[in-house]
Each structure stands twice: as structure tokens, then as C-alpha cells.
Design a protein around this ligand. Structure first.
Ligand code: PEP
Ligand code: MN
Length: 332
């Protein structure tokens, strides 16, 4: 249950009420928000007179539920936004990993030519094999910060684990929690306390319910700026890297009040499928796309097969324009 209490009582008093019913207490500008688990269906007698409003739920998807707040959250990112009136489709693009100054400069120049605002690039890569490139770490973050200044781009980059969470939060404009880390409650807490927009990627073996529960976890730490990312789930199919769950996206659009982006790159695993998938995703009227693109994919140190070269990327991006217009979206 979610309960709103008025601000004419003190925070200490709101917290006492929360404790008495085993609830969390958030101090929002307009009201205090008390949240119990969903098994509580009756407003406690002690709060009957005081409560401004209350909502009951069938699951612990509560803060992120349209049943609580119907409108999609608007998340400001630098001079742009995602969600809100849902008019924008935000493109988040760049290489899987930052590998060198030369590589990332080429990526930035291409994004600028396309008027794209958000550069993605990982510095701490969660790899399947321990014998492969794991990212430039803090040196990479510093290079990304330089690129932000030089090209006035916004930076989306991933925190892989708690050892560097504070550094990523310091440098990033958007913090990514990756598919393999979706269940890492240390990272979810760090994301919740970061004050930064968060991309929460769906674990490839996770249900939609588990994804939205993790979103609620971040929001329950006081950060509503969560962007959900569908990036493919594991199915019986092995010819593609993962299976892009567009039914799941439709479900999230219906039930969840958070912006939704789709990452066809990691789902498909091969560059040849990305254009078609990006167009299909755009036709669904989603809030954003996350696409991997590299100046020389053949030489990429991670996810080589799925990264578009710059010509493939610019052709794909141009092809989204008319589809976005048809579904009432503006590419940003
Ligand atoms: C990535 O975005 O480069 C990445 C590692 O993605 P995922 O967590 O979805 O595998
Ligand atoms: Mn990748």
C-alpha cells in the first residue's frame, strides 16, 4: 500500500507512523509517502484521519505502477528529456566500450553530425570471459568527461559493481545498471541514492515483474528517475544472441509509469538485424533506443559482431525519421 501524509506534520512524525506499520517513508516536496508491501489492503486505523490518499496493489510493483501515478515520469537529462508527454524518442548511441581517445573522438564527431545528444560507452565491462577486455576503468571515465566538454554531449555509462559505483555516479549524466547486475542490491541502492537518471536493464533471465520490482527498489531509495531497458531475454533460440521481448515492452507500456527504451544491439547480437529491429521498436512508440556503433566494428574489443559501423548507423537513423513522425514521436 502507498499512503500520502500531509507536510503539516514533521518528517520525524511521518517516520514514526511509517515504523508503526512497517512502512518505508519518503520525504517528497508535496507530501510524505509511506509504502508497505502489497499484502496490506486496509488503511491502518491510526492513519484513517490523517492520510491524504492511499492506493492498494496486487504486487510490489507500486511506485512504478500506473495505478499509483498514471502519467509516465518525465526525466530531465541535461537540456533534453525522456518520458513525460512521451513525445521524444531519445537516441543513446556509441561504442560498447571506450577503447582509446581516437576511437571515442570519432564516435563523438559522428553523433554531433547526427545531432544526437547522448553518447554511450562502457568503462567497466561485465564480460562473460575473464580473458577479454574489461574496459579502461577510471581513465575511460576521465576521457568521457573530456568528450562531454569538447562536444557538449551527455554521457551514459555503466556501473558494473559497487567498487566503482561512486566514480561512475560522479562522471555520468545517465548511470546504466547492466543486465547481469539487475539483481545487485548494492548497485540498486547506489543508483537510488545517486540523484542521477538510471538506465535499468532487464536481466536476460528475469521476468517483467522482477524488472519492475528492481525499479521500485531504486525508487524506494528516493530516486524516481528510472528508465527501463528491454535488451533481450534468453529463450530456446540460439541463432540470435537473445530474443527481444516486444510483448514485454507492450506490457510495460500498459502497466508501468517509467520511460521505456529498447536495446536491439545486445538482443540481436549481429549488426545485420539492428536496422529492422530499431524500426520495429520505433513503430511501437517507445521513449528511446540504445544502439551500439563503433568506427571500426571489426576491431572492437567487445561486442564486435553487433556494432554498426558509422555508415550503417547513419542510414539506420535516417530510416527511423518517417516512422517516428507517423507515431507522433520526435527523434532527439
Ligand atoms: C552494454 O550495454 O554494453 C551491456 C553490457 O549490456 P547488457 O548489460 O544489456 O548486457
Ligand atoms: Mn555491449
Amino acid at each position: 500500500m502507498i499512503i500520502h501524509l500531509p507536510k503539516n506534520i514533521s518528517y520525524a512524525c511521518a517516520k514514526e507512523y511509517a515504523e508503526s506499520i512497517g512502512a518505508l517513508c519518503l520525504n517528497k516536496p508535496e507530501y510524505f509517502v509511506l509504502i508497505t508491501n502489497h499484502s496490506v489492503k486496509q488503511l491502518p486505523d491510526s492513519l484513517a484521519k490523517l492520510a491524504l490518499n492511499h492506493w492498494t496493489f496486487d504486487t510490489d510493483m507500486q511506485l512504478s505502477s500506473r495505478h499509483y501515478i498514471h502519467a509516465t515520469h518525465r526525466i530531465t537529462i541535461g537540456d533534453t528529456y525522456i518520458g513525460g508527454d512521451q513525445k521524444n524518442q531519445l537516441m543513446i548511441a556509441g561504442p560498447c566500450a571506450i577503447e582509446s581517445r581516437e576511437q571515442i573522438e570519432q564516435s563523438c564527431q559522428m553523433l554531433k553530425q547526427q545531432n544526437i545528444r547522448v553518447l554511450r560507452a562502457g568503462c567497466y565491462k561485465p564480460r562473460t570471459s575473464p580473458y577479454t577486455f574489461r574496459g579502461l576503468g577510471e581513465d575511460g571515465l576521465k576521457l568521457l568527461a573530456e568528450m562531454r566538454e569538447k562536444y557538449s554531449l551527455l554521457i551514459a555509462t555503466e556501473m558494473r559493481d559497487a567498487t566503482h559505483a561512486d566514480k561512475v555516479v560522479e562522471y555520468a549524466d545517465i548511470v546504466q545498471v547492466g543486465a547481469k547486475a539487475m539483481y545487485d542490491h548494492g548497485l540498486l541502492t547506489a543508483a537510488g541514492q545517486s540523484g542521477k537518471p538510471i538506465i535499468l536493464k532487464r536481466g536476460f533471465g528475469s521476468t517483467l515483474q522482477e524488472l519492475v520490482n528492481c525499479a521500485d527498489f531504486i525508487m524506494s531509495c528516493g530516486n524516481d528517475q528510472v528508465i527501463l531497458c528491454e535488451r533481450g531475454i534468453r529463450s530456446f533460440e540460439t541463432n540470435t544472441r537473445f530474443t527481444l521481448d516486444l510483448c514485454g515492452v507492450a506490457w510495460l507500456k500498459e502497466h508501468c509509469n517509467l520511460p521505456i527504451i529498447i536495446d536491439p544491439s545486445h538482443a540481436m547480437g549481429y549488426a545485420y538485424g539492428i536496422g529492422d529491429l530499431a524500426r520495429a521498436c520505433t513503430a511501437m512508440g517507445i521513449d528511446g533506443l540504445l544502439i551500439e556503433t563503433h568506427p571500426s566494428p571489426a576491431y572492437a574489443q567487445s561486442d564486435s559482431a553487433q556494432q554498426l559501423d558509422h555508415l550503417q548507423f547513419t542510414n539506420m537513423y535516417a530510416s527511423l525519421q518517417s516512422i517516428a513522425t507517423a507515431v507522433g514521436k520526435k527523434l532527439v
